[in-house]
Ligand binder design. Structure first.
Ligand SMILES: Cc1cc2nc3c(=O)[nH]c(=O)nc-3n(C[C@H](O)[C@H](O)[C@H](O)COP(=O)(O)OP(=O)(O)OC[C@H]3O[C@@H](n4cnc5c(N)ncnc54)[C@H](O)[C@@H]3O)c2cc1C
Length: 359
């Protein structure tokens, strides 16, 4: 039997695993895709917003030739750390459910069952897009994930959203020769777009290379056009492809099956957990990383922000969990302040598993 099973081999799952393993706890990670699966799905030439030291785990330096790491640098880095630490990985195995209780959990996957004393949920929030909920959103020329511009050269492409992901995609598509129309719900390009990206996009709109419709919502997507509602009235925009880059949500259905209780007072339905230990209301079941508080800001919240928010629950308004009812606080004897362990993703706290004790 494992001491700790970590669900999700993203940066946070890896950070948790190497810390528990270093402390003598028998640990494994179960991951539904490949190692650091979410990062594999990011735009091909993506440059991280964070500098390398903020993405480091386990004390391993993350050397990069540039100021900001590229997606491939990060893939390489996390692969090497996992190999160096000889982490036990069960890849391409999807977690479906959890039964039992602390000390004797059974995790059901699509390949079988795993016995473990404790479970850490580090499933991030990149698998469930924040849908527009309009007719036609499921058509084959609509995607919620952007990779690269090359298949759209000379084509009409509608990009929905005006935050970091959509801003970067619109710029890249335009430079590759696509004709981009940006549909923005708000009155302007969001002020949360990074300071080195926003002026680029605003200037491309001003010079007419990108057409932008502000205060505009999509009402329907058809195979050859999108229907929008602008302040001046309805409009039909001819398009070959649609990128709805309106963010992502934690997998609420999975969290429910695992027994992670959502915070009833939180609009984003972030998990309810003890901020000191990251233990949920189900004893022995912990949450770590962006799954803790990403929520549906989806509408463009950068994952960087989400990571920071989940890492700083006491100061972040969105990720701040409600004070759990007193009965849910861990009994003092379990807290072992001297034996509590602090985990880091870069220089940020991600998890403090004070009540996971070695056999
Ligand atoms: C375009 C983009 C740019 C970003 N830039 C930055 C940046 O500059 N700086 C920064 O700090 N962060 C950035 N992020 C976010 C960063 O990647 C995340 O903060 C980080 O990946 C979160 O780590 P995580 O381990 O919490 O989640 P993830 O990396 O999403 O890992 C979760 C893992 O859980 C797995 N999983 C989910 N469900 C199951 C299941 N049922 N069974 C088994 N496994 C499952 C997933 O496949 C995934 O591999 C960016 C994100 C995106 C999308």
């Amino acid at each position: 039997m494992l001491d700790v099973l970590i669900i999700g081999a993203g940066p946070v799952g890896l950070a948790c695993a190497l810390e528990t393993q270093r402390r003598g706890l028998r640990t494994a990670i179960v991951e539904k895709g490949a190692l650091v699966n979410s990062i594999i799905g990011y735009p091909t030439n993506m440059e991280f917003f964070s500098t390398p030291e903020l993405l480091e785990i386990g004390g391993y330096p993350f050397p990069t030739s540039q100021y900001k790491p590229l997606r491939e640098d990060a893939l390489d880095y996390y692969h090497r750390v996992a190999a160096a630490e000889k982490l036990e990985l069960r890849l391409h195995e999807k977690v479906l459910a959890l039964k039992g209780e602390q000390g004797d959990f059974t995790v059901t996957t699509d390949k079988g069952e795993i016995s473990t004393r404790n479970v850490v949920v580090a499933t991030g929030f990149y698998d469930v897009p924040n849908l527009l909920h309009v007719p036609g959103e499921d058509l084959p020329h609509v995607s919620h994930y952007y990779k690269e511009p090359y298949q759209h050269v000379t084509q009409n492409v509608v990009v929905v959203g005006a935050k970091n992901s959509s801003a970067k995609a619109a710029l890249q598509l335009t430079r590759a020769g696509a004709k981009v129309t940006l549909i923005v719900r708000g009155p302007e390009v969001s002020n949360s777009v990074k300071y080195w990206i926003r002026p680029d996009l605003v200037n491309r709109i001003a010079e007419g290379r990108i057409t932008a419709h502000f205060n505009t919502t999509i009402t329907a997507i058809r195979p050859e056009a999108v229907e929008v509602l602008t302040p001046e009235g309805p409009l039909t925009i001819a398009t070959d492809f649609v990128y709805a880059l309106t963010g992502y949500l934690p997998d609420e259905a999975l969290l429910g099956r695992l027994g992670v209780e959502p915070d009833p007072a939180d609009e984003a339905r972030a998990p309810l957990f003890d901020p000191a230990t990251h233990e949920t209301t189900r004893p022995g079941l912990f949450v770590a990383g962006t799954v803790c508080g990403a929520g549906p800001p989806a509408a463009g919240l950068s994952k960087t922000d989400a990571t920071t928010r989940s890492s700083l629950p006491s100061t972040s308004p969105r990720a701040r969990p409600l004070a759990p009812p007193s009965g849910l606080l861990l009994p003092k004897k379990k807290r072992h302040p001297q034996r509590g362990w602090r985990f880091f993703l870069g220089n940020r706290d991600v998890y403090w598993g004070g009540n996971i004790t070695p056999r």
